[in-house]
Ligand binder design. Structure first.
Ligand SMILES: *[C@@H]1O[C@H](CO)[C@@H](O)[C@H](O)[C@H]1NC(C)=O
Ligand SMILES: *[C@@H]1O[C@H](CO)[C@@H](O)[C@H](O)[C@H]1NC(C)=O
Ligand SMILES: *[C@@H]1O[C@H](CO)[C@@H](O)[C@H](O)[C@H]1NC(C)=O
Ligand SMILES: *[C@@H]1O[C@H](CO)[C@@H](O)[C@H](O)[C@H]1NC(C)=O
Length: 618
């Protein structure tokens, strides 16, 4: 047994220990001290990532051996790749007495096979469970990333992978995750190597892509060869914990997978992950190769997912697929994004300058009408609730307008077009304006941007509505059925609604001069009277129209608007489907929420996201 040196020598001993260890440290840095981490603007450090294959298996030896063989035959180019095998146990209480020996023997055979299987590319780790974890437990417990540079590639045992799969995954990690800033998006949670075929949103679009599209983004997770990025996976695990502990179930109306959850419960894990991805607005990378090819195929063997063997779902890409250049990875900005309905999503449409307006307006407009939705002074939840109603009603011709905030950027990231009023104001800032801008800057910005954007819409010939987000339309044509075709301007002061026809006469009125006058009136009435009346944009426009003797129609609120206080039962709503529900902007948002909930108009769930996915064929 080793003993410490005696007490008197102890200080000397530690001194030497210190000396030796500092010499050792010096030898690691022979010439210079450790380099500080570079600032974020420099290229990311040379990536040293780790990939771990997480192979989930249970009781299918021949499938497992086919899967392992394909993994071992892939090209790893001298990179280190670890293999972790998770062997689930049979459920002791569901096995009959006569079957026990048979099941025990099968488990022994599988363990023996895995033991003897040589993995020459990194560590092999085997985890043999003592009880039945099922697919959910197997997936969820197979990984907690030990660093931000560790990636997991999860395969179930009835998969077979292409010999080229690793090169492709490596290319994806280096190009689309942290290591290339120009392609990095925190919205991307991984990549699926399976051929995409399934659209989980009920009544969603068919998956149709042109043959030049080799890569695209789609919200749905794949279970046949899924690469997972570390940060989103950790987020998911914490979200899962939170929901599980609070007994919040992963119910997302309008999704086929919610039906699976109701039938299979916690036997499967995908409804949980899908609910999480929906609430965060994240996406997965997919491939699209001609000839039903993919880098990973499922043999769909009998098991938890299939009652009997179905056979391979696709053809494997291999070295003979010379028509494919797998390493031709387009910049992220050129890839298309699709939601659970397989409807194209256009993320990051943020209008910050005058010349960005036209292309965004063109991307949203439908039947020449644009809805400018002001979120000034509207709570985030009320705004998101309105967006859920828009989705339900198939209304997509809106642009949100509001002050710069993380919330607005997040909405843009999720595909809602947004006007950053602060930046746009900077961009259109004009000599005349700078003079009047001193007092009440926020209000001036708001009015200036609103009236400038209306001018832009008219120049493009659109019928333009400006509305406050404190409304909910009850049908998809609430905004069009009240207009007098002979009049250019419609206003509703109480509901803060304004509609301007995209006619040449309206265009002649709403010129730069008009824009400045709106701002000037707001400013003078604000100085005279600090009460809220000058803060109503629509009121200000109406005043100006009156001053200029321009004809306008005051919308008949009784015909057009349903005040929330006037709703007493569900029948009121069904009798007024052509109307817009509205409430005073000063109303407390908790009260609004409570009232909306009473009449089934609160469309958010515990995740503060829409409680349903509603698809419309496009
Ligand atoms: C095991 O089987 C029993 C009886 O069929 C069942 O009640 C139990 O939920 C099963 N356990 C798991 C983890 O599936
Ligand atoms: C990063 O991505 C861009 C866009 O795809 C590409 O042009 C560039 O070469 C990449 N940089 C590196 C270091 O790979
Ligand atoms: C509006 O809704 C009606 C009924 O829900 C539907 O038949 C119609 O196709 C919708 N129109 C548009 C443009 O979405
Ligand atoms: C309105 O209908 C919903 C179900 O459609 C119901 O949950 C709610 O209680 C009803 N509200 C009133 C006030 O009747």
């Amino acid at each position: 047994m080793a003993t410490l040196p005696n007490k008197s020598l102890l200080p000397l001993f530690f001194f030497f220990l210190l000396l030796i260890s500092s010499l050792f440290l010096l030898s690691l840095y022979p010439t210079s001290p450790p380099t500080p981490t570079p600032p974020p603007t420099l290229p990311r450090p040379h990536p040293k990532f780790t990939l771990i294959i997480k192979l989930l298996t249970f009781n299918r030896l021949s499938a497992l051996s086919r899967c392992l063989l394909s993994l071992a035959s892939a090209q790893y180019d001298d990179n280190i790749v670890h293999l972790h095998i998770y062997i689930d146990h049979f459920n002791i209480s569901s096995i009959g007495f006569v079957e026990i020996d048979q099941r025990l023997n099968l488990a022994k055979e599988i363990l023996g096979f895995v033991n003897d299987f040589e993995w020459g590319f990194g560590e092999k780790v085997v985890h043999y469970r003592t009880g039945n974890a099922g697919l959910q437990g197997q997936w969820l417990e197979c990984w907690w990333p030990s660093s931000d540079h560790e990636y997991a590639f999860v395969v179930e045992d009835d998969l077979e992978v292409s010999p080229l799969y690793y090169r492709f995954l490596k290319g994806l990690i280096l190009n689309y995750y942290y290591y290339n800033e120009s392609n990095f998006s925190p919205m991307v949670y991984g990549a699926s190597l399976q051929r995409p075929r399934f659209v989980p949103g009920k009544h969603g679009n068919k998956i149709q892509l042109d043959s030049d599209t080799h890569l695209f983004l789609y919200q749905l997770v794949g279970t046949w060869g899924q690469l997972l990025f570390p940060k989103p996976w950790k987020e998911f695990r914490l979200w899962y914990d939170d929901h599980k502990a609070k007994q919040i179930r992963p119910i997302l109306d309008g999704m086929v997978t919610t039906g699976w959850y109701k039938k299979m419960g916690d036997k499967i894990w995908t409804p949980w992950f899908i609910k999480f991805i929906h609430s965060r607005g994240y996406f997965n990378i997919y491939t699209n190769f001609l000839g039903e090819r993919a880098l990973s195929v499922s043999h769909r063997d009998a098991g938890v997912n299939y009652a009997k063997t179905v056979g391979p779902d696709s053809n494997l890409v291999d070295e003979t697929s010379t028509d494919l250049n797998l390493m031709d990875l387009a910049p992220l900005s050129r890839l298309k994004w699709y939601d659970f309905c397989f409807r194209e999503v256009l993320p990051y449409r943020i209008i910050k300058s005058s010349n960005e307006f036209e292309s965004v307006a063109q991307s949203v407009q439908k039947s020449d009408t644009i809805l400018l939705v002001s979120v000034y002074g509207v709570s985030e939840l009320i705004t998101v609730n309105l967006l859920c109603h828009f989705q339900k009603l198939n209304i997509y011709n809106y642009i949100l307008l509001g002050p710069k905030s993380d919330f607005m950027v997040d909405l843009a990231r999720r595909g809602h077009p947004v006007i950053d009023a602060d930046q746009l104001f900077e961009n259109i800032g004009h000599q005349k304006l700078l003079k009047i801008q001193k007092a009440g800057e926020e209000l001036i910005k708001e009015f200036m941007v609103k009236s400038f954007v209306i001018k832009k819409c008219l120049e493009l010939g659109y019928i333009t509505w400006i509305v406050d987000a404190n409304i909910i339309p009850l049908s998809n044509d609430s905004f069009s059925n009240v207009l007098d075709p002979n009049i250019d301007f419609h206003v509703s002061e109480t509901s803060k609604l304004l509609c301007v026809k995209g006619s040449s006469s309206a265009k002649k009125i709403w010129v730069d001069e008009f824009v400045y006058k709106v701002v000037a009136i707001a400013e003078s009435s604000r100085l005279k009277d600090s009460s809220s009346i000058g803060e109503n944009f629509v009121f200000t426009v109406k005043q100006l129209l009156q001053q200029m003797s321009i004809k306008f129609v005051v919308l008949d609120d009784a015909r057009f608007v349903l005040n929330m206080d006037g709703i007493h039962d569900n029948q009121t709503l069904s009798r007024n489907l052509e109307k817009i529900v509205s409430w005073p902007s000063k109303m407390n948002s908790d009260i609004i929420k409570k009232k909306l909930r009473n009449f089934n108009m609160w469309a958010l769930d515990e995740d503060r996201s829409c409680s349903a996915v509603v698809c419309h064929r496009s």
